[in-house]
Ligand binder design. Structure first.
Ligand code: CA
Length: 231
């Protein structure tokens, strides 16, 4: 999952980015409304943390413009504690949730997990696919009851596929959602990561769909149903 943080306070921005990276997300950052707007308009983020009080372009305007342009990613706004009007304006502009400053990082992380799982149609932090259970809160993976140790890239790859169980995910989509902007992207590495992931999981749950990408199909859900088309 790839996130964008738009926050002009350098310390808060750094704290957010560090915590989110530590939690297993790929993270891009912007320090003003113009840069933030541009990134959110051109890159496919899974969710955005957006400060309301921003230089160059305020957060409410940024959000309104994204929504007007059809950008539907979940957006968590950061508001000043005593500014109830920020929250109202933010929600009316298309925000999905808010956290008031000063905030506890655990709350931001929990709210983002909730937004990400809702956006992909899941109700809890535990995603399952056959014998594989992925806990997005603890960033842990268990296969048949045994913990599997993954690198952060392998975890990110599996988490993305498991958030989208039952849908074919293309290599391009994986590259766009697993790496931050500064990462040296090479779509060939996806195949390498998938190979390593398959080996570590020890179960054959990631299918290669020739010419289209990868599919994780949950045998418990609609067995025999045709996979949804690639997006
Ligand atoms: Ca600010």
């Amino acid at each position: 999952m790839r996130l964008l943080v738009v926050e002009d306070d350098k310390d808060i921005n750094r704290q957010l980015v560090t915590a989110l990276e530590h939690a297993g997300y790929a993270v891009d950052k912007a320090f003003d409304g113009e840069d933030g707007h541009f990134l959110g308009d051109t890159e496919p983020y899974d969710a955005v943390v957006l400060d309301i009080g921003l230089p160059k372009k305020d957060g409410v305007t940024v959000l309104e413009e994204w929504r007007k342009a059809g950008r539907t990613m979940p957006v968590l706004i950061l508001t000043a504690r005593d500014r109830w009007s920020d929250k109202v304006q933010g929600f009316d502009a298309g925000a999905d949730d808010y956290v008031a400053k000063p905030f506890h990082m655990e709350e931001v992380l929990a709210r983002l997990r909730a937004l990400l799982r809702r956006a992909t149609g899941h109700a809890t932090n535990e995603l399952t696919c056959g014998p594989i259970v992925l806990d997005t809160k603890a960033s842990r993976v268990v296969v048949d009851g045994n913990a599997v140790k993954l690198t952060s890239h392998e975890y990110r790859l599996l988490a993305y596929l498991m958030h989208h169980v039952g849908r074919v995910v293309s290599r391009t989509e994986l590259v766009e959602h697993l790496y931050d902007q500064d990462f040296d992207r090479d779509s060939n590495t996806i195949e390498v990561f998938v190979g390593r992931l398959r080996k570590k999981l020890g179960v054959d749950m990631i299918q290669t769909i020739r010419g289209l990408g990868y599919l994780m199909a949950d045998p418990a859900a609609d067995a025999g149903a045709a996979p949804k088309p690639a997006r």
